[in-house]
Design a protein around this ligand. Structure first.
Ligand SMILES: Cc1cc2nc3c(=O)[nH]c(=O)nc-3n(C[C@H](O)[C@H](O)[C@H](O)COP(=O)(O)OP(=O)(O)OC[C@H]3O[C@@H](n4cnc5c(N)ncnc54)[C@H](O)[C@@H]3O)c2cc1C
Length: 553
């Protein structure tokens, strides 16, 4: 057997899956169920691109769900069979020998077989102003940013499924939606196109390309051209008004990791055979990054299942050849989980058993058990119902453990502060972590991780990141502006709060902008997540801990 230099058997998996979208999660489910040791490595958040859509209605057997709920169920289903998960970026692959090396941002791992399921990301169109106004009117996620354009005009660029479906979704907020299609019609299924075409709030302009957008406090100018007639249209928002431009113009395969390693087609998609095998022995591919005619969840999961069954055979042969048999963890009880609750406004203080399911309580117990020191949840409240909601939520959470106590610091706190929960040590020392609003929805997990990081030992960190945090020599005040429906926000929140927990020089306060209009206006926010450093440096989009540390430096 030829093994890598630093090989250690406890880091050996039958299969490592790169990418935790529908394709990767399905493959993990199949492999784990067949009792192979499988690890899914995901760089941002499990679930993949579908998590940015609010409504999935074309996944057979599930009438109507959100992208997040659908894939979180897939993840839990795979976990229940014994699949393992790691939040890290795969940086390179060494596919030589019987044992392959997968280098990640959190160290080297080993596997007999590797499944590439890195999917795709939105393609920028390249019109003038697109890059400059990202987060200031140019957006790529309707679920995250649609509400910023309530009562305003919205332009949607693209003619595929995403443009048609998200265009209809945006009518919930926008006064009017104009869909600009480069070709002479939609390229998606007729029923989806029809829905958009017939919507009273939607206008569809075909053979149209955007040339430029601009503005001051947000976008107030767009110029587009009819490529058939040559007619150029300039649209200016009324005085003091702004509008949104949502780009859904196709995707780029995420194949940078394997460029030069596997065969790609001219557009950069991975070429596989009908068993999802690439030209490199032991390397398989599934999902949106493959050459295929339809990129949807249903085809991604089909690829994932097929690749997994082929990888089972490959791993079994390698076990026999090397004599090494990776040991998967025991499967858990296979029960349907419930999603994290998004608490509703106007509710009185709920009992903990109503808010947290048995499954959530078990996961919370595991986190609380590892917390090194107790914490105090210090509340700053006002007379709004959302303050009562925060008090009820925190009281219910603290009732689950003796590591947390709730203390009301102020009942008539100013509106720029309340509702707020600050995390302190029992001697009153501030940890620098605070959440303004109610940390439910997609922020629940990041809030709990924040508690774990504040109490110690906290999530592990790369040595170079830890060294850079320790070297920060000035006080830094970080604000993260989020909304609870944003699936891109938790990664940035977790990163900022991990840094704050590790450094006495950094504070990280999170604001649910739905309750803090003034702060939204102050920084002219039209997209979340929004990161504000020392009240001056404002940036948009998801970021990992390395990227945040680089900005703080
Ligand atoms: C707005 C929108 C709406 C959509 N609506 C629908 C719909 O209604 N129905 C439907 O069927 N489909 C829909 N789709 C398409 C669907 O989301 C995709 O077909 C599907 O997600 C593809 O799954 P995947 O697993 O191949 O890739 P992805 O979902 O793209 O997942 C790939 C994952 O790999 C991770 N990754 C990438 N590189 C690395 C690395 N180096 N290390 C670690 N992790 C990495 C990424 O972070 C990502 O999470 C929609 C897509 C969008 C954007």
């Amino acid at each position: 057997m030829n093994a890598p230099v630093n090989f250690s058997a406890d880091k050996l998996y039958d299969v490592i899956v790169v990418g935790g979208g529908p394709a990767g999660l399905t493959a993990a489910l199949y492999l784990a169920r067949a009792r192979y040791r499988v690890l899914v490595v995901e760089k941002t958040g499990f679930g993949g691109q579908i998590t940015i859509t609010h409504e999935v209605v074309n996944y057979p057997g599930v009438f109507n769900t959100s992208g997040y709920d659908l894939t979180e169920t897939m993840r839990k289903q795979a976990e229940s069979f014994g699949a393992e998960f790691l939040l890290a970026e795969v940086e390179s692959l060494d596919m030589n020998g019987d044992i392959k090396t997968v280098r990640t941002s959190r160290g080297e791992l080993y596997a007999f077989g590797v499944l590439l399921a890195t999917g795709a990301h939105p393609r920028a169109v390249g019109f003038k102003g697109e890059e400059e106004y990202k987060g200031r009117g140019v957006a790529y996620c309707a679920t995250c940013d649609g509400q910023f354009f309530t009562g305003k005009d919205v332009f949607v660029i693209g003619g595929g499924f995403a443009a048609a479906e998200e265009g209809v979704f945006l009518t919930k907020f926008a006064r009017k939606v104009t869909i600009l299609i480069r070709k002479d019609d939609f390229s998606c299924a007729e029923s989806v196109a029809e829905h958009a075409r017939n919507h009273p709030k939607i206008t569809v302009l075909t053979n149209t390309t955007v040339e430029e957008v601009s503005g001051q406090m947000g976008l107030n100018y767009i110029r587009y051209k009819n490529t058939k007639t040559g007619e150029v249209t300039e649209f200016r928002a009324a005085e003091g008004e702004h509008f949104g431009v949502f780009v859904f113009a196709g995707y780029q395969p995420a194949t940078a990791l394997v460029k030069g390693l596997v065969d790609l087609n001219e557009q950069g998609y991975v070429v596989t055979d009908s068993d999802q095998r690439t030209n490199v022995p032991g390397l398989y591919a599934a999902g949106d990054l493959c050459v295929k005619p339809l990129r949807q969840v249903v085809t991604a999961v089909g690829d994932g299942a097929l690749a997994a069954t082929e990888l089972e055979k490959y791993a079994a042969a390698m076990q026999e050849k090397t004599g090494l048999v990776p040991k998967p963890p025991a499967a858990k009880e296979h029960t349907a989980p419930a999603a994290a609750p998004a608490p509703k406004a106007e509710e009185s203080a709920p009992a903990s058993e109503e808010l947290f399911t048995a499954d959530m309580k078990a996961q919370l117990d595991a986190v609380f058990a590892r917390m090194e020191r107790p914490l105090v949840l210090k509340l700053y409240l006002d007379s709004r119902p959302v303050s009562a909601e925060l008090e009820g939520y925190m009281t219910a959470l603290a009732a689950l453990t003796d590591k947390l106590t709730v203390e009301v610091a102020q009942r008539n706190a100013p509106s720029e502060l309340a509702p707020c929960v600050k995390v302190t040590l029992t001697d009153g020392t501030e940890t620098g972590l605070a959440f303004h609003g109610v940390p439910g929805g997609h922020e629940f997990t990041s809030f709990v991780l924040g508690l774990y990081n504040a109490a110690g030992p906290g999530q592990s960190m790369d040595a170079d990141v830890a060294a850079d945090i320790a070297a920060l020599d000035k006080d830094v005040e970080v604000k993260v502006l989020v909304s609870l429906s944003c699936t891109m926000c938790p990664e940035l929140v977790t990163a900022a709060q991990r840094i704050a927990a590790a450094s006495p020089r950094v504070t990280a306060e999170v604001y649910d902008i739905n309750h803090f209009e003034a702060i939204k206006d102050k920084y002219n926010v039209m997209s979340v997540p929004c990161l504000v450093i020392n009240d001056t440096q404002v940036s948009f989009g998801k970021k990992n801990i390395r990227q945040v540390v680089d900005l703080l430096k």
